[in-house]
Design a protein around this ligand. Structure first.
Ligand code: CA
Length: 503
């Protein structure tokens, strides 16, 4: 008999752990009235057109037609509810969750004197001020890796932080600061060890002083290609500066540090209905363990929080945090509205095939990765934290944009939950992949680090998988484990969020 999963007692739909052929019996005495795909919704009771469909204890939509108990409820049958209002959201009403006690309090990291967070990898990062110089930079980096890097065994990698900004942009536009702040803060990601190397062209709008303060804006850290006499001189200058930086980075050593020096990011991508049942809740448990140990955890993805924003507001520790949460959501509502769409533009065809009917259902699964800890701060895209604990970093949900924005905020490692599968990875930080279903792990055994699908099969609990993930996070941070994406060097482009016009 097919097993079903009901999240809350008030839910009037359940999901089957496997596909259900029409006419077959389902746990709880139901008979399937349709061929129901794995993880899709089954009506627990007969419902009328206009009735609320409840999952996760909240209304995920209103029925466009009558359904009988045992019927398949798919995305075409649901009317989207209005998003929760942003005005006067109660805050501080759910901030006393008892967090699970962390079994570890320290990790082996690269401390940066005076910085709140430590690095977990030792990387020479080189940032162009403008895409125009990236061709030269890429050629130089290839040579650096071949000729210099082998002489500096304590340095893990040399990473060009190529991006699409810098010139041909409206640098004075209202929202231009989002990109500029992201680049500026990205330079100081702890995995780069505080060593700054910037390559400018010389005539671009994003001038080096916009990225570097006066102390750092020196010939020691900055090369301007228009001041170099020909291509060979450009590459020579880049090689020479890289060697200086590599010498310094090579002296870094891992030491035992408190977990309060660790900043970890969480995001999901290619989600399915099991993401909210297995992988995201176990990531939430790992997040609670990290926060209990004093670490900082960032979760993000505005459109995937919007429909559960009241639940996050209730976990905000003060009014300022709640107000910033509301302001970020409001800004994003307007941003989407200008594009003639709303938050429901988020779910992908793959999400829907995986059983997620709309953004409300996706959001309720997505926010499970935030665990139960209080939210101590809300960050605008690319901002750096000023507090430690669970933090909401308001980035787009797009995997390849959320990643760089969290890097700019200072994460040194990302945990990535997936249901449908994506080979996503970052050059600047290891990415641990958690699958929501066992079939995903079996399909991509050599890409998925943790299989949370065993939770749906009742082989392990959310807490057991969460603890396993927590230990893997600490092992990865300490350099004892390399996730698959890091081993294969799967490096996606840095797609920094740019809400501003280009010219
Ligand atoms: Ca995402």
């Amino acid at each position: 008999m097919t097993r079903i999963i009901q999240i809350q007692k008030t839910d009037n739909v359940v999901i089957p752990t496997d596909a259900v052929p029409k006419g077959s019996s389902i746990e709880g005495g139901l008979v399937a009235l349709d061929d129901i795909p794995q993880g899709h919704k089954i009506a627990l009771q007969t419902l009328k057109k206009g009735d609320a469909v409840i999952r996760y204890g909240i209304i995920i939509g209103y029925l466009k037609q009558d359904v009988t108990a045992g019927a398949w409820i798919n995305e075409y049958m649901l009317e989207l509810p209005s998003p929760p209002p942003l005005e006067d959201m109660p805050w501080g009403t759910n901030v006393n969750a008892v967090l699970p006690s962390s079994p570890l309090k320290t990790f082996m990291g690269y401390d940066i004197p005076g910085a709140p967070y430590a690095g977990i990898r030792n990387i020479l990062a080189i940032m162009p001020t403008v895409q125009c110089v990236s061709g030269v930079l890429n050629v130089a980096v290839e040579r650096m890796k071949a000729e210099l890097l082998p002489h500096y065994p304590n340095v893990d990698d040399i990473v060009p932080l190529n991006h699409a900004y810098g010139c041909g942009v409206a640098i004075g536009a209202r929202e231009a600061h989002v990109w500029i702040r992201s680049l500026k803060n990205l330079l100081y990601n702890p995995n780069f060890g505080g060593e700054i190397m910037v390559v400018a062209l010389g005539c671009e709008k994003l001038t080096p002083d916009m990225l570097l303060d006066t102390k750092k804006n020196t010939a020691e850290n900055l090369i301007i290609l228009q001041e170099c006499k020909g291509f060979k001189a450009m590459v020579d200058a880049l090689m020479s500066m890289a060697e200086q930086k590599l010498q310094k980075l090579n002296r870094r050593k891992r030491t035992e540090l408190p977990l309060s020096k660790l900043c970890v990011g969480m995001q999901c991508g290619g989600s399915d209905t099991f993401s909210g049942v297995t992988s995201n809740p176990s990531a939430g448990y790992a997040s609670d363990l990290l926060v209990n140990a004093g670490a900082t955890v960032l979760f993000s993805e505005v459109t995937e929080v919007r429909d559960g924003v009241h639940l996050i507001a209730a976990r905000c520790v003060d009014e300022t945090t709640r107000n910033k949460l509301a302001a970020e959501m409001r800004w994003y509502d307007d941003y989407l509205d200008k594009g003639g769409i709303d938050r429901n533009a988020n779910p992908t065809p793959g999400n829907k095939k995986g059983g997620l009917a709309n953004i409300v259902e996706k959001a309720m699964g997505s926010i499970a990765k935030s665990g139960t800890a209080p939210v101590v701060e809300v960050l605008s895209p690319g901002e750096r934290p000023s507090r430690q604990g669970l933090i909401y970093a308001a980035t787009p949900a797009s995997d390849i944009v959320c990643g760089p924005e969290q890097l700019a905020s200072g994460i040194v490692l990302q945990v990535f939950m997936t249901g449908r599968g994506t080979p996503y990875g970052l050059a600047a930080a290891p990415v641990i992949k958690v699958s929501s279903r066992t079939v995903m792990k079996e399909m991509w055994n050599d890409l998925i680090d943790v299989n949370a699908g065993i939770i749906a099969e009742s082989k392990e609990t959310i807490e057991e998988v969460g603890l396993h993930l927590f230990n893997m996070i600490v092992d990865t941070a300490s350099g004892r484990y390399k996730p698959w994406a890091e081993q294969y060097r799967l490096h996606n482009d840095l797609c920094i969020f740019n809400p501003a016009p280009i010219t």
